[in-house]
Design a protein around this ligand. Sequence first.
Ligand code: FMN
Length: 208
Amino acid sequence: MPIKEPLALFQKWFEEAQYSDGIHLATSMTLATASKAGRPSSRIVGVKGFDKSGFKIATNKNSRKAKDMDENPFASLMFYWESMNRMVRIDGPVEKLDTKATSDIWKGFPRAAQLTHSASKQDDILPDKSTLVQKKAELTQQYADSTPIPPNPEWCAYNLIPDWWEFYQVVTDLPDRIIFRKPEAGETPDGKALHQGDEGWILERVYP
Ligand SMILES: Cc1cc2nc3c(=O)[nH]c(=O)nc-3n(C[C@H](O)[C@H](O)[C@H](O)COP(=O)(O)O)c2cc1C
């Protein structure tokens, strides 16, 4: 039976990508944001978890993406799993996560990543790399006794709440494109072009 709910379909594709030999970082995605003035910007980030509540992103408060999402709280995610010929796009509003949720994400980082994130002032000018190397070495020594490394106070996290999804897959030379979205006021699926999904979603196939 086809999956009629986007999170379940995403979960299936994500697991297949994680176990695929040709994909090393299934968690990597493009995050596109825009400033208040509408100037777009994109970069790769790692998804820090996803569930019914949304997709978690962690970053530094000084970063362009954080500033964008603070002043224009909408973003777009794109996973591209090349060797599987699959792409997933996910759009929606973003919300800033509280200190506890941010700290929980931090605890899930490998220790080496915690040290790097603590040493880094993301997006500030770094005149020479040795400054960062030295800072990380100092922190490595400071936490050599394996005491927990506290979250960098400059670190923050966001949750993107999906309201539009595209699942794209090339099948025998021709791409399939399935869109999941919420119905507009008065819109009723006819079961031909527009289909009723689960959990309030509707889905439609569009030309590639
Ligand atoms: C594989 C990969 C994963 C990354 N993951 C993150 C991440 O989770 N958070 C983050 O802030 N930057 C991450 N980066 C760095 C960003 O791509 C980017 O260079 C940095 O965050 C500054 O972006 P900004 O100035 O547009 O905010 C990652 C880069 C790569 C290549």
